[in-house]
Design a protein around this ligand. Structure first.
Ligand code: KG4
Length: 337
């Protein structure tokens, strides 16, 4: 039996998952409500919550997988990028457990794990993408177009030069008085609104890079000007504001994806990261691919946000019979793919 434990603690979700002989057996995620009151993740509070959650979450993942920790054959953990205090909790725990059990430890790049999330199989029959494929990785910290050539060979061909798509959702939602994280609230409200009610500015930067800071400013100014005339403006028009904002973010994402497809001609396109849970983004990418005869990989919502299943599979794809791992590797807060 090949049983791989994945551990993820890069931001504000503590997660552990077990993959046995290539099939996911458990994926436990403990979120952190504590940050809601602050309108964003507070790093020190995140580390403390990870410290509290890590043991119960790992124990529960092993229990749900129907094995004991002694039956684990390897441990994969997120080494970075992320919040250093948060990463240290998962990294230290993974190292201690691997050392105690005498099994290999596999360091995983969190961004690569998002791009490989489509390889998580919940049953033997599940299909997986073909290499090479293109991945649109859109989260709270990243907006990237990646060429995924193999589990370890990835090339970022477009990236954000300022805010990430998730930040655009969250910051605009905050201006509307919605709770953090605002992305899911915008998604819900957008379903009731008119996507063409308002026009917000789109970036004009060359190449495949993204920019979302201009959109954020344009959204802010629209609200500020309208509120001068009508103090009830946001409440009255919140669905239209959400729908128009979401529509603009999707247009920005797809404009660059179109350019990337014209340059690289992928046969498969995958999406990943928290923003890939957005109903509008999912539908737009599926439609975009369908008209071009490209196979679209839209992840289940449970694999869009941070989760250990993707870390376990990224580790599993690197595990060879002679793999030993390196217990001395430090966590890293910043890196590329
Ligand atoms: O990948 P992720 O869990 O972690 C970070 O990179 O932080 O992504 C979190 C981001 C947040 O910005 C959140 O608002 C956004 O994903 N998000 C959504 C939706 N669900 C999560 N954005 C738009 N629509 C959603 N349904």
């Amino acid at each position: 039996m090949n049983a791989i434990l994945g551990i993820e603690s890069s931001c504000d979700d503590t997660s552990a998952a077990v993959i046995i002989d290539g099939v996911l057996r458990s994926n436990v995620i403990a979120g952190q409500k504590v940050h809601e009151a602050y309108g964003g993740v507070v790093p020190e509070l995140a580390s403390r919550a990870h410290q509290q959650n890590i043991l119960p979450v790992v124990s529960e993942a092993i229990r749900q997988a129907g094995i004991t920790k002694e039956q684990l054959t390897a441990i994969a953990y997120t080494r970075g990028p992320g919040l250093m205090g948060s990463l240290l909790v998962g990294t230290s725990f993974a190292k201690g457990l691997a050392l105690g059990l005498g099994i290999p430890l596999i360091d995983v790049n969190h961004l690569q794990a998002h791009a490989l999330a489509h390889f998580v199989k919940e049953s033997e029959e599940d299909e997986v993408p073909e290499f090479p494929y293109m991945c649109l990785l859109v989260s709270g910290g990243n907006s990237q177009i990646i060429l995924v050539e193999s589990p370890e060979k990835m090339q970022i061909i477009g990236r954000t030069i300022d805010d990430a798509a998730g930040e655009a959702f969250d910051k605009c939602a905050k201006v509307m008085g919605l709770p953090y994280p605002g992305g899911p609230h915008i998604d819900r409200l957008a379903a009731e609104g008119d996507p063409n009610a308002f026009k917000f500015s789109k970036p004009h930067i060359p190449g495949l890079d993204y920019s979302f800071s201009g959109l954020k400013t344009s959204f802010l100014y629209t609200l500020r000007d309208a509120l001068r005339q009508d103090s009830d403006f946001i409440e009255r028009r919140k669905a239209d504001l959400a729908a128009s904002l979401q529509h603009t973010i999707i247009e920005i994402l797809l404009d660059k994806l179109t350019l990337a497809v014209e340059q690289h001609h992928p046969r498969h396109i995958a999406i990943g990261g928290g923003v890939s849970a957005n109903s509008g983004v999912r539908k737009a990418v599926a439609d975009f691919c369908e008209v071009r005869g490209i196979r679209a990989w839209i992840p289940k919502r449970s694999f869009t946000t941070d989760n250990a299943a993707m870390v376990a599979i990224a580790g599993a794809m690197r595990l060879t019979p002679d793999y030993r791992g390196d217990l001395s590797l430090p966590a890293y807060a910043r890196t590329e793919i």
